[in-house]
Design a protein around this ligand. Structure first.
Ligand SMILES: Nc1nc2c(ncn2[C@@H]2O[C@H](COP(=O)(O)OP(=O)(O)OP(=O)(O)O)[C@@H](O)[C@H]2O)c(=O)[nH]1
Length: 618
């Protein structure tokens, strides 16, 4: 289970990349698919609109053509009634007049169905047309209405024609025959030829009952045939509409629009081939697919390159992590703590080494920079941050600082903190810094012990001569920097000390030295500096003190010692001290000049009888 989770986590960047590329390709192809669908639907609806408009226009044109024919029919019928003898000439007149618009033939059928007149040729033998539908319709009908026949093959002309007929009545309104105006089906589609229709377009004029009067193109295939089951047929059919189907004549699938010419019970149907309608869609689809494939390949390529880069980065990161782990382990084993500081986020990863060093459990210290800051000794903080900043600014190649850190038990440990910035931004600002914490408490203790030994007199625990002179030099430097300030130097020498040694022994002599040191320490201020210059001779530096103040202090010291004899068992040994004092002058070239003046004053004090202080103001 854990192994599976680890594998998924390890592979998650690849998985994410794969998902992103997959998603982008899916989005791309979905967009292509939807846009193609939209184009297809748009083309279809645009064709529907175009076809409906064309059906309307053609319908109007057919209506007007039929009206022209009907007018001619009425006119000729009128003429036949009045002048049957001149009828042939009248027909020829009208044929000549209308020949450009309308080529037609005229026939008159008598009430018995026998052909009485034909503009083609007068029949030599009687021709019986009583079986023809256009005759029988008027024979049984009692109304004067135009009848349009389905195309018929003329018995005389041997040509296909459509018969436009009206009944003829005699003076008594009795049926007297039928006048027939034959028109070539071409009359209906002559107009379409002049229009630039798309390839595979088809236009038909039909009777409501389905018989095709004219069709373009290929008029021949449809003549004498009927269309069946079309949505515009039947009593409930709408005035206009569209439908889609495979042509029964040429097998081409088309989108059709129809328009009814109700007055004449005719229909105009116009269709565009589905292939033609969707031809631009096919081209667009090919272009889109090519672009889609190209973009998909591009995405896959980008994904592949990203995959390689990610893999390289992961390998580099893994190697780095391994290296880091190696040195971390090595340093931890050496007893050091390791830290890794994300400077911008103020987050630090502290290894367990540092936490253990301070007595904490690993989980007791978090990853905030504050975890470190709040534990650093306040006196060490300023210097520590100064060292950090100097390294940040590039002033130092490495960061190193010794500071105290508070432990869990409240005690302090000296830590040697070392590190360096390993990552900076383009402006050189630090981003990441790593380093170590080493516990140097014992070394510090030893240093302090050694320092104490090197600077302190073992018997009295006052500063030794070297350290006292060092301090005196510092004070002289300060006086020289600030000439208005004061400082006084005292040289104190126990009186007749040899006698104490000689009388009570060396140990009592030592006790006397300690006794005076204790008294001196109790009398001096915190800021004063005390030293044993050698034997029974002591030095005192009174900072910020002029000679008159120093004299008072010296007198007080003499009195105090005089009034505090050394107690050894039952013995009470009186001890006195002589003091020579002078002021530290900014004109002194070195401390020896001041010490010499004090020594002279001490000599004078001894000479004057001891147990006193003498000032040398030269
Ligand atoms: N017990 C003891 N004696 C010391 C120490 N250092 C020096 N002495 C002794 O101190 C004595 C100093 O004697 P002197 O220099 O003659 O001075 P004094 O006897 O105090 O006489 P005046 O200074 O003139 O008052 C010597 O006998 C030294 O041996 C020490 O550390 N311990």
């Amino acid at each position: 289970m854990n192994k599976t989770i680890q594998t998924v986590q390890k592979n998650s960047p690849y998985l994410q990349l794969g998902l992103i590329v997959g998603l982008l390709i899916t989005i791309l192809w979905t967009a292509i698919y939807l846009d193609l669908q939209r184009s297809r639907a748009e083309l279809y609806s645009k064709s529907e609109r175009d076809l409906s408009n064309l059906a309307l226009a053609f319908g109007k044109e057919i209506e007007s053509s039929v009206k022209t024919i009907d007018l001619s029919l009425l006119d000729l019928r009128q003429y036949w009634r009045g002048n049957p003898g001149d009828f042939g000439a009248a027909v020829r007149n009208r044929q000549a007049y209308l020949k450009k618009e309308l080529a037609f033939q005229v026939a008159i059928i008598g009430p018995d169905g026998i052909l009485l007149f034909s503009s083609l040729e007068q029949p030599s033998t009687p021709i019986d047309l009583s079986d023809r539908e256009h005759f029988r319709v008027h024979q049984v009908r009692s109304t004067d209405e135009l009848y349009i026949s389905k195309p018929v093959l003329g018995r005389l002309s041997k040509q296909w024609s459509i018969q436009f007929t009206r009944p003829i009545y005699d003076k008594d309104d009795r049926f007297a025959g039928v006048i027939v105006l034959s028109v070539s089906p071409e009359y209906f589609y002559r107009f379409y030829r002049s229009i630039n229709l798309p390839a595979d377009a088809a236009i038909s004029v039909l009777r409501d009952s389905g018989e095709i009067l004219a069709r373009y193109p290929d008029p021949g295939v449809a003549l004498g045939k009927s269309m069946s089951n079309a949505p515009f047929m039947g009593p409930m059919a709408r005035e206009e509409g569209t439908f889609r189907r495979i042509s029964q004549f040429d097998g081409i699938e088309r989108l059709y629009a129809w328009r009814k010419i109700g007055e004449y019970e005719l229909d105009v149907v116009i269709g565009y081939s589905i292939k033609g309608i969707f031809a631009p869609y096919g081209e667009q689809r090919s272009r889109y697919i090519a672009v889609g494939i190209l973009l998909s390949l591009l995405l896959l390529l980008v994904g592949y390159l990203k995959l390689i880069t990610t893999r390289q980065q992961q390998n580099a990161a893994r190697k780095l992590a391994e290296n880091e782990e190696r040195w971390r382990v090595a340093l931890e084993a050496a007893g050091d703590g390791v830290w890794d500081w994300n400077v911008a986020q103020e987050r630090v990863i502290f290894s367990n080494g540092w936490k253990t060093m301070l007595g904490f459990l690993p989980e007791e210290i978090g990853t905030g920079l504050d975890e470190w800051k709040k534990r650093v000794h306040p006196d060490d903080m300023a210097k520590t941050m100064q060292d950090v900043m100097e390294h940040f600014s590039g002033k130092t190649k490495f960061y190193a600082n010794e500071h105290r850190v508070r432990c869990k038990d409240g005690g302090w440990k000296w830590i040697l903190d070392r590190g360096m910035v390993i990552q900076r931004d383009k402006d050189g600002n630090p981003l990441r810094m790593v380093g170590t914490h080493t516990d140097i408490s014992s070394r510090k203790e030893m240093e302090q012990t050694l320092n104490k030994l090197a600077t302190t007199d073992a018997l009295t625990e006052l500063s030794n001569r070297r350290h006292f002179l060092e301090r005196l030099n510092n004070e002289l430097a300060r006086i020289k920097r600030y000439p208005g300030t004061h400082a006084s130097v005292l040289m104190a020498d126990l009186d007749y000390f040899k006698k104490i040694n000689d009388t009570y022994g060396h140990a009592v002599g030592d006790a006397a030295l300690k006794h005076f040191s204790t008294l001196l320490r109790g009398t001096a201020r915190q800021s004063d500096f005390l030293g044993r210059l050698g034997g029974e001779e002591f030095g005192v530096l009174l900072t910020g003190t002029d000679v008159s103040e120093a004299k008072k202090f010296s007198d007080h010291l003499c009195t105090a010692l005089r009034e505090s004899p050394l107690k050894v068992g039952e013995l009470s040994i009186p001890i006195t001290v002589s003091i020579g004092l002078t002021r530290l002058k900014f004109t002194d070239t070195d401390v020896e000049q001041a010490l010499h003046r004090a020594d002279m004053a001490l000599y004078e004090a001894k000479r004057l009888g001891r147990d006193r202080a003498v000032t040398n103001c030269e």
